[in-house]
Design a protein around this ligand. Structure first.
Ligand SMILES: Cc1cc2nc3c(=O)[nH]c(=O)nc-3n(C[C@H](O)[C@H](O)[C@H](O)COP(=O)(O)O)c2cc1C
Length: 490
């Protein structure tokens, strides 16, 4: 089954080649070229300023110290048009329309994924250059140091780390940060519980080295879903194949036999050996702080580098939101949350929003059409505990259906006018936190639990008929006035 398309152009995004995707993105007016930026923080700061303005995708070339053609791209998923096009929707959707269009899709993609295993091909652009032995030098490529206090140069941010399960054929793709240690090795930082981490631990239990291929530049859909919690045991290759309606083409690595995208720009192949750990980090995190600090992570010893001529690294630095991938995470997590609440049996969910201020995790807003007493509490408590909302959350706000959850002004108006702090704030203690929580320094528990606040900002159910009316023009009258005074109110 092919994904939906519209006359606008989305079929043109259905390519496996990052370069073709960039060409289409440029045609759409969503790409700018940047020449002469320095890999040391300048590229990171330009990206940061551009993201805060919700600017275009940036393709950096002629990077200081590097030959022309060795490029870095950032901001691949940072606008409604770019994200909608990637997912196979019309590129003129608004945020709300995009979230609406996504309803039911993750379930559909998951169901279809079994029909789209990756297709092994004999050759592909990634094999244009194959390096081994003395030719291996990770710093041959313009690896950015993104922010001033980062612990080093990170070749992997928008990476897809490809690994195989010990007990089955399951191939996992995860976006995990990778800091360069030296010419031939880099760190592989996978948090406890992540699929790649579960796999490596199993190999090490057996006393075996862990085979890895890390793709550093590829079609942004691969990055997007490598960075999302796709179900355990399901390969992101299949998932992306289901979205695009065709299998992802892969070629086999010479050393590990792992499948890498045939259209990858740059891929590192090698092994993590049991006991070989080294300090790495820090890197700014998705919530905007350096709370993860420096830690020991497995070392990837690189035995092959594969790259296209004039390779492009897909960079996506986290940091104070809005950052490089907070927009796409917000949209997709919002859709996943809506789906999860409905699956959990909450009726009347109008819309959900995992706001960028919390890096798409720490502030969730749910709007409902209240149907019974306790409905709002039910929605809030489930939102903060269902799988998609459970990890490293902080606040959930539940609002009535007249409030747009993606409009913080509207949401906070509901909080200050419809909630009573003594009655409408629930606290959950010892929830699923993480060591990267910026509040971690204040918590006394040894293990990284955290606390959730659920704010019920709906008009109280029993008072909804006597609650003071809102002082504003009715939607119908506003529409009439907007029509009549369109020159003034454009
Ligand atoms: C740019 C970016 C960087 C990330 N860095 C890390 C990281 O260093 N370690 C980690 O465990 N998760 C990191 N994540 C989150 C994981 O990619 C995400 O949890 C994903 O689901 C992991 O794949 P898995 O579910 O197959 O384990 C990052 C995500 C993105 C988008």
């Amino acid at each position: 089954m092919k994904p939906e398309t519209s006359p606008q152009n989305p079929t043109r995004f259905q390519t496996q080649d990052l370069r073709e995707w960039l060409r289409v993105t440029e045609e759409l007016g969503e790409l700018k070229h940047v020449k002469g930026a320095h890999w040391d923080q300048e590229l990171g700061a330009i990206t940061e300023i551009n993201n805060r303005r919700r600017g275009p995708c940036l393709l950096f070339d002629e990077i200081t110290d590097y030959p022309p053609g060795y490029r870095v791209v950032t901001g691949t998923t940072g606008s409604p048009a770019r994200l909608a096009g990637l997912l196979g929707f019309s590129t003129d959707l608004s945020n709300a329309e995009l979230v609406q269009a996504l309803r039911g899709k993750p379930q559909q993609w998951e169901t279809l994924a079994g029909d789209f295993p990756p297709e092994t091909v004999q050759s592909g652009p990634i094999l244009e250059n194959i390096k081994s032995g003395k030719e291996i030098n990770l710093l041959e490529f313009p690896v950015p140091k993104w922010h001033q206090q980062d612990g080093g140069r990170f070749i992997g941010t928008g990476s897809a780390v490809i690994t195989r399960d010990w007990d089955s054929d399951w191939i996992n793709l995860g976006a995990y940060r990778m800091m360069v240690h030296d010419q031939k090795s880099c760190a592989l930082n996978m948090a406890l519980g992540k699929h790649g981490r579960q796999q490596i631990e199993r190999y090490f239990q057996e006393g075996k080295p862990f085979p890895v291929i890390a793709s550093m530049g590829h079609h942004p859909l691969l990055f997007l879903f490598a960075g999302l919690e796709v179900a355990y045991g399901l390969s992101e290759y299949n998932y992306v194949g289901a979205i695009q309606g065709e299998p992802v083409q892969v070629v086999r690595g010479e050393v590990t036999g792992l499948p890498m995208p045939a259209y990858s720009e740059l891929a590192l192949e090698g092994w993590c050996h049991p006991g070989n750990y080294k300090m790495e980090g820090p890197l700014g995190e998705f919530h905007g702080y350096y709370s993860g600090s420096e830690k020991a992570a497995p070392v990837l010893e690189v035995e092959r580098i594969y790259h296209r001529n004039d390779p492009i690294i897909l960079g996506t630095p986290p940091g104070r939101p809005p950052h490089d991938y907070s927009y796409s995470k917000t949209v997709i997590r919002s859709a996943l949350l809506h789906e999860a609440l409905e699956k959990a049996g909450v009726p009347g969910v109008v819309s959900c929003w995992a706001d960028e201020v919390g890096g798409a995790r720490m502030l969730l807003v749910v709007s409902i059409k209240q149907a019974y007493q306790g409905h709002a509490r039910q929605a809030g408590l489930l939102a903060c505990q269902c799988h998609v909302g459970a990890y490293l959350g902080r606040y959930v706000i539940v609002v009535d259906e007249d409030i747009d959850p993606s409009n913080l002004q509207d949401v906070m108006w509901a909080v200050v006018t419809r909630s009573d702090p003594a009655r409408d704030i629930e606290i959950i203690k010892r929830a699923w936190g993480g060591t990267g929580d910026p509040q971690r320094v204040t918590f006394t528990d040894k293990v990284p639990y955290n606390t959730r606040g659920i704010i019920d900002a709906c008009r109280s159910y029993e008072h909804r008929d006597v609650f003071p009316p809102v002082a504003e023009a009715s939607p119908e009258f506003r529409q009439q006035i907007q029509e009549k005074w369109k020159d003034l109110l454009v």
